[in-house]
Design a protein around this ligand. Sequence first.
Ligand SMILES: N[C@@H](CCC(=O)N[C@@H](CS)C(=O)NCC(=O)O)C(=O)O
Length: 258
Amino acid sequence: MKLFDSAFSPFARKVHLVLEYKGLPFESVDGLLKENHDQLREVNGRVEVPVLVDRGLTVVNSSDIVDYLEFRYPEKPVYPATAEGRVKARAWERAADTLIDSILVDISYWGWANRPDSMPDGLLDAARADLAQVYEALDRDLAGNDFVCGDLSIADFALFPQISSVKALDVAFSPDDHPNIARWASAMLSLPLCVDDIRRLREYLSRLDETSVELNRIFWRGDRIEWILAKGYHDWFFGEIEAGRVMWPGLAVPAPIA
Ligand SMILES: N[C@@H](CCC(=O)N[C@@H](CS)C(=O)NCC(=O)O)C(=O)O
């Protein structure tokens, strides 16, 4: 099994965690390294990680990859067994992937990309206000539960790469107001596979440089654009396009399946 991976991508980290949790051996190729872009483009027209190649099948998009893994390798399930649990787990996975990711990535650029400007006024406050609603809901769902759906599930694996970065991005939850999230975060951080995930991220960040990864142009896609526009930063965003600092995903045309 080969995973087009990246320690920097919350989506790739989610899939990497699921593979490790299920005990499935795989080869990890950093698809975000410039030197691996051509290889990545061959398996995913969008030139995005993660992509899984297994037994001659190419699976694109993190939630589809997890769905495939659960179907093909059902031992150590990551989807809850009940209908209610499954709906809840998928809802939190979607919130992590589409909402939380968009907020956190959109405020992260001034921390790692080569930027000529500083963060637009009000953006950090907008992130804090939106995340406050997420924290309320997550704390509610964690009350009386070790993990989001009781047992460890895809909800936890999708949320962990996101929630573990909120402190560094200065949009942390307050442990006093959200004690259940604080308890969950420390339980997750004590799992060896999460310890390894954080170590891989730290190593990645320590050797981030523009010769190996793209730091001048930002890769913009749907949900992240939606959030920045919905918060009123259209002038800033169109300025980015005009200045040539935007990379667009390629076309996601499905490949033939034998
Ligand atoms: N919906 C996709 C999103 C994947 C995605 O956004 N990947 C980003 C990294 S987090 C990417 O590969 N961007 C290309 C780039 O930055 O060059 C999924 O769930 O797999």
